[in-house]
Structures are given as C-alpha cells and as structure tokens.
Design a protein around this ligand. Structure first.
Ligand code: ZN
Length: 389
C-alpha cells in the first residue's frame, strides 16, 4: 500500500491507461487505493456501460459509475423508476442506446431524454414501436441538441412520419437509419418517397456520416420505382440516382445498405467530392466496382465492401490506386460462406488471400486489409454491420 503511494496518482493513472477493461476490473479488487485510481474518469472516457437491470444495482455500483463520469450507456426498456435512477446517478450522459427492448415501446418512454443536458446521441436497436419514436414534442426538445441518431431494425408505425421528425434535428452529424417493414406481419419494406428523403437531406446541412439501409433482399434488378414512384417524364431513370441527388456535400462518410449498380456510383460520386469513408455492398450489375472506385472517390481513406455473390477477383488490385487508402475491409455475409462452393474454405479463401498480399505489396504496405468484423461503438454498430468510428 505504502509502496503504491510512492508514485503520484497521475503516473498511476497513466500506467493504468494501458489496461483493457477486463484488466482494470481485476486491478480494482487489489486494494482500495488502486480501486480509486482505476476509477479515475479519464480511464473511462470512451467506455460504454451496459445496464441490463437497473433495479438490481446497489448504491455502491451507481456511485462508482457516477465517479467515473460515464457518458455512454446502453439500456433495455426503461420504466419510470429506472429513468429516475439514470437521471439521478448519471446526469452527465451524452449517449443513450436502447437495445433489444423485448416489448413494445411507446413515445412516453423517451420523455426523460430531455433531462440529460449533455445528451447528443440516441440509438435504438431491435425493437417494436407502437408510437412515433420521435414525437413532435421530443423532436422540438432535442431538435438542436442531438448530433447523432442511429436506428436499426426497429418496426415503426409510420416510416415517413419518422423521417419527417428526423428532418427537424438540424444539427445531426451522424445519421444511421436501417429501415424495417412497418406495422405487423409485413416483411416488405415500403420505400420512403423521394420527396420525403430529399426534404430530410436538405435540412441536415451539417451531416457528415450517412448510413441508409433497407432490410431484406430487394428484388433484382431494382425496379425504377423502388425508392419513388416512377416519374413519367423520365422513364428508365435509375432509382438510387434519383434518391441521392440531395446528399449534402459535407458528407465524408457514406454507408449504403441498399442494392447498388455502377451507374449509381457514377451519380453519387459528384455529390460527395470529399468522401473519405465508403461502405457498400458488392454491385449487382456486371462491371468492375473495384476498378471504378479509384476514379470516382479518389480521397478515400477507408473502404468496406460486403461480398455476397462472388469472391473478389483480380480487379481488387486496382484499389492500390487510391493514394490515401489505409484500411480496406473485405467482409462476406454468412450465407455466402455457407454456399456450396465455398464450403470447407476459410474466409478469405487462398486465392483471395493471394490477391490481398499482392495488393499490400503494390501499395507498399500502406493498406491494411481486414477480413473480419470488429465491434466498437454501440451507437454506430448494429446487427447489419459495424459502422466505423
Ligand atoms: Zn443496421
């Protein structure tokens, strides 16, 4: 104990900052002095605490969380008493993510959000809502405060109403919306009308990260009225192209969980000249996506492509022409790995592994290639795929 005190606390805190969460929890049990040191707020700055049953926690537990000045939590469904506890013990929260609610949500369950003065980010995952997620009152209360909103796999009563509410959150920098069917027993995702989507993007002038997705496999090829009713004046126009004309030029990170074609990429590129991070699926039309990308998005620093039809081929090597690219993620869907011709092969397969080595050589080891998913930030991470920093 005395020996521990020979070092000043700030040096200890620095040393402890090298420990991962599990190790920090182990150190806490050594002695009271180390326990206090390891709970220093600077060591928990980016930590997200998962609160699964708020009624069971002791005052000691809450005191510890409070002392650490935690800012991020994930919670399940919260009743009134549980909200009260959260407001009382963690008033400094800036991010609240609701995961796997397990029952139907109503609008009133979110009323307490406005009682967190520093709240900036809200996420909702895997839930069913009977009422609008963002009712008028809440949208007004949080209107200028929220900078991050992330909604995935949530059954909404009315998607258009939700998108219209989001368009009031004018300070959003980060928007993730992975759409799910509406109501009950409907598996088909009804497209958000083009005008509603445009109105949203025209209001969100500060948006930097847009992640838009549609659950379920869309028909192939995409019909031109998939996103909006066919325009009689422009027969045969590409649907995604029509959809994306209003992406603000401030966007530097774009994730699309919708079917894309090379034509879509051609039309999106001029809208986002400063794009640094792109996350897309393998194109469904013929033609080489990898050969096209360096020409369309020359500023890319990170790129993720999800493969589900065929393995990456030789054209993957074209990506070395992206001069700023430092991280490339090649992800496959589970169903793809399970298909017959890949059965028994690891991912990446030997031929893809060879391509990866060649690409790294061509880029003089500038590009790090990642082939497994990583999970970090629960606000930005959803079941679809982890979304990046
Ligand atoms: Zn998602």
């Amino acid at each position: 104990m005395e020996q521990i005190q020979l070092l000043p606390p700030e040096v200890w805190v620095y040393v402890l900052s090298y420990l991962n969460t599990e190790e920090k929890h182990t150190v806490r049990f050594c002695c009271k002095h180390l326990k206090n040191l390891v709970d220093h707020p600077s060591l928990w700055r980016d930590y997200t605490v998962v609160l699964s049953d708020l009624r069971r926690y002791t005052y000691g537990f809450w005191d510890t969380l409070n002392y650490r000045s935690l800012t991020r939590v994930t919670v399940r469904h919260l009743g009134r008493k549980e909200w009260r506890r959260l407001v009382k013990f963690l008033p400094s929260l800036s991010t609240i993510v609701f995961v796997d609610g397990g029952r139907q949500y109503k609008e009133k369950y979110l009323d307490a959000l406005s009682r967190f003065p520093d709240l900036r980010g809200v996420g909702v995952r895997n839930a069913i809502w009977d009422e609008p997620v963002l009712g008028h009152n809440l949208a007004v209360q949080l209107g200028r405060r929220l900078t991050q909103l992330s909604v995935c796999n949530v059954r909404l009563p009315n998607t258009v109403q939700f998108v219209n509410s989001v368009s009031h959150l004018v300070n959003l920098r980060y928007l993730l919306f992975h759409q799910q069917g509406e109501g009950y027993g409907l598996d088909t995702v009804r497209p958000v009308p083009c005008s509603v989507f445009h109105n949203l993007l025209l209001n969100l002038t500060k948006l930097k990260h847009l992640s838009w997705g549609m659950k379920g496999e869309p028909p192939e090829p995409l019909p031109d009225d998939y996103f909006n009713p066919a325009d009689p004046d422009q027969p045969g126009g590409n649907s995604l192209t029509t959809y994306t004309t209003t992406i603000p030029p401030s966007v530097t990170r774009l994730t699309l969980r919708v079917a894309i074609t090379l034509k879509d990429m051609d039309s999106i590129a001029p809208k986002v000249p400063g794009l640094e991070h792109l996350d897309i699926e393998q194109n469904r039309s013929s033609g080489s996506l990898c050969r096209r990308i360096p020409m369309l998005f020359p500023q890319l620093k990170t790129l993720r492509i999800r493969f589900f039809r065929r393995e990456p081929e030789k054209d993957l090597l074209s990506l070395h022409k992206l001069r700023h690219l430092v991280r490339l993620e090649l992800i496959v869907e589970r169903s793809f790995i399970l298909r017959d011709y890949l059965n028994g092969h690891p991912w990446p397969s030997p031929s893809v592994q060879e391509l990866i080595s060649e690409l790294q050589e061509l880029s003089e080891n500038r590009i790090t290639v990642i082939t497994t998913m990583r999970q970090r930030n629960p606000l930005r991470e959803c079941d679809c795929v982890w979304e990046g920093d």
